[in-house]
Design a binder for this molecule. Sequence first.
Ligand code: SF4
Ligand code: MG
Length: 326
Amino acid sequence: VNTLLQVKDLAVEFNTAEGVVQAVRGVDFSVGRGRTLGIVGESGSGKSVTSLAVMGLHRGARVTGSVRFEGTELLGAPEETVRRLRGRRIAMVFQDALTALHPYFTIGDQIAEAYREHHGGSRKAARARAVEVLGDVGIPEPARRATEHPHQFSGGMRQRAMIALALSCEPDLIIADEPTTALDVTVQAQVLELLMKLQQDRGLGIIMITHDLGVIARVADEVLVMYGGSAAEQAPADALFTAPRHPYTRGLLDSLPRLDAEEGEALRSIPGSPPSLLDPPAGCAFHPRCPVYAAEKSELCTGERPLLRQVAEAHHNACRLDGVTG
Ligand code: SF4
Ligand code: MG
């Protein structure tokens, strides 16, 4: 496998007035060229903080562990090294294109500026490149649309424009944080299809961060399920959907709308709320919500904090009761 990004034992802590927030605790993952890693979890699971830490955008936080991009360590690297990679080799796509795009400048100028910042060259060449990538992401009449401002674009078109902005510098890795959450279902499907097509054409590595397992099912090759700042389960996507092992993952799957659902069958969601990161529950952070713990009351659940263990080929689970009988 051609590894682009390798993250090891990543931990992120913040000081707050109430104490130290452990936003991410000991997460490992890697992303290969042409592969999509899905990171899924509720808000507060640490999935967005993980991506910001990878991008060196974790202001004021303590970040430890290792983040290697094509073998170069980014944690603790000079700001200049990280800035050169950011945008140029690693690009981000966010949920809300309106905050990522500047309201006063035309879409074309913004893409051209970003391109020039990393590649130099003439304004004219950069403008031509902007029109080209707007066409690549399926925006009709790209030369005309390049002269418009963000508010003149629909939500879906704005999201495409942000992907064009990310692509203009020909990155190797795209980190997409809830890129389709604000879109309606049809447009969401189109934007995901676009990302998959661009991946095929260009061999992009993609990290897809979302709370929505439906999105993960469409795009991911590998999946990392996060809960309370830690990895709960990590597996190839097909294994995760056909043979989920962690009770939290099973709960997420149960709350997915199903095509074969009986009429009137209620959608289940996981009762309770995500754990406090200031004062996480002892042992397994999921235990206050875990149906298995509710039934078994095992001391394994409230003792040591569970770490990922291999439970099948390429399949890792942090549930301490996996494989334990009685
Ligand atoms: Fe549930 Fe215990 Fe497994 Fe945690 S370790 S997921 S509480 S059964
Ligand atoms: Mg988020």
